[in-house]
Write a protein that binds this ligand. Sequence first.
Ligand SMILES: *[C@@H]1O[C@H](CO)[C@@H](O)[C@H](O)[C@H]1NC(C)=O
Ligand SMILES: *[C@@H]1O[C@H](CO)[C@@H](O)[C@H](O)[C@H]1NC(C)=O
Ligand SMILES: *[C@@H]1O[C@H](CO)[C@@H](O)[C@H](O)[C@H]1NC(C)=O
Ligand SMILES: *[C@@H]1O[C@H](CO)[C@@H](O)[C@H](O)[C@H]1NC(C)=O
Length: 338
Amino acid sequence: MKTETIILFLSCYSLIFSLSPQATGPNTATWIGDSLPYIGTKTLKQLTIPGTHDSGTYWLDETPMPGDSAPWIEAATVVGEALFVPTSWIIKGWSHSQDQIFYNQMKGGMRYFDVRSGWDNKTQTWVVHHYVEGRPISELLGNISQYLQDYPKEVVIVEMTHFDGYPTQANIAQLKNMALQILGNYIYPINTAFNFTLNDWVNSGKRAIVTMESGAADGIWPGECIYNTYADSPVIKTMINFNTATVAQYMNGTWANELFKVSWTLTPDADTVFQGAELGKPHTLIELADSGNPYLPQFWLNMKAQGYRVGNILIIDHYEQSSIMQVIYDMNGIPVNN
Ligand SMILES: *[C@@H]1O[C@H](CO)[C@@H](O)[C@H](O)[C@H]1NC(C)=O
Ligand SMILES: *[C@@H]1O[C@H](CO)[C@@H](O)[C@H](O)[C@H]1NC(C)=O
Ligand SMILES: *[C@@H]1O[C@H](CO)[C@@H](O)[C@H](O)[C@H]1NC(C)=O
Ligand SMILES: *[C@@H]1O[C@H](CO)[C@@H](O)[C@H](O)[C@H]1NC(C)=O
């Protein structure tokens, strides 16, 4: 082999290696605080924060959330009947996208939470949901508050959306008050110009940004400050092409005033759910995610080669079985061998 070839081979190898799960790097539990020498002077618009999609689906019961629906729910009924199992099992399998409680997700490095908040009128509580209901929102926010208390240099972004279950304005005000009660001491003053640095944010002690899709008031940030994108496809190639195009558009200066969110997620459709009854096909959302997650490092290398940033928030399903943290360290210029 010619020397140039060997050098090229070695440098490619080390880049891929640095993105592999074996590479070291900051402890994921304290990575923000540990990385301040590298990223402290950057603003959120200059960073990419890792998070989970449908963050609260680590536990779901069998109660449908009124108003939340998907084209594949009917397919789940057919598959359930064909396999002689309750439809709710099939629905849960395609709704459950994370395994860990929020405290553990934060330990694993996640700093953004997608909190789909629904009103359960029967129990008069706000619960997380994804077609079916999960734990009370108060527990999810309680985990975040506990983490911020235990780890004084860590930050978090919480987005509360999908207010299903037909809540009244008074119910929504109740959600806002609950968020203020649990996280209020940690909420950073609204600054949608995003012209504060990570150092400013950490040093203020007010290390949470909490948004609501409606009813934001009293320091809760407006939902519009985060711009969401997702491919809405179960096909890996379609998802990659979608993200390639949206990142290019973002880099063009579109969405300059929001936190731009990129979803490394596959979304089931009716066919995915039907095929889930076959051998050798994903049977659950977690398995579908596991099929797409391995493509993230190469996608990042392609974006990096063009000088692109993959949004300000990057979310994923089944994060702990992915390379998201290695990718995030590289995206933010954090050395992995320190
Ligand atoms: C919600 O519950 C309250 C109190 O039980 C009841 O008055 C109201 O009619 C219910 N709303 C709906 C939409 O079922
Ligand atoms: C954290 O979440 C779990 C699961 O939802 C819950 O059992 C626990 O009480 C929560 N902890 C706090 C401090 O809220
Ligand atoms: C941040 O932006 C706001 C609104 O444009 C402006 O009033 C403020 O002076 C800016 N702060 C800094 C530190 O640049
Ligand atoms: C980015 O902007 C350039 C110049 O205005 C334009 O030619 C190109 O089509 C844009 N690309 C995307 C992906 O929006």
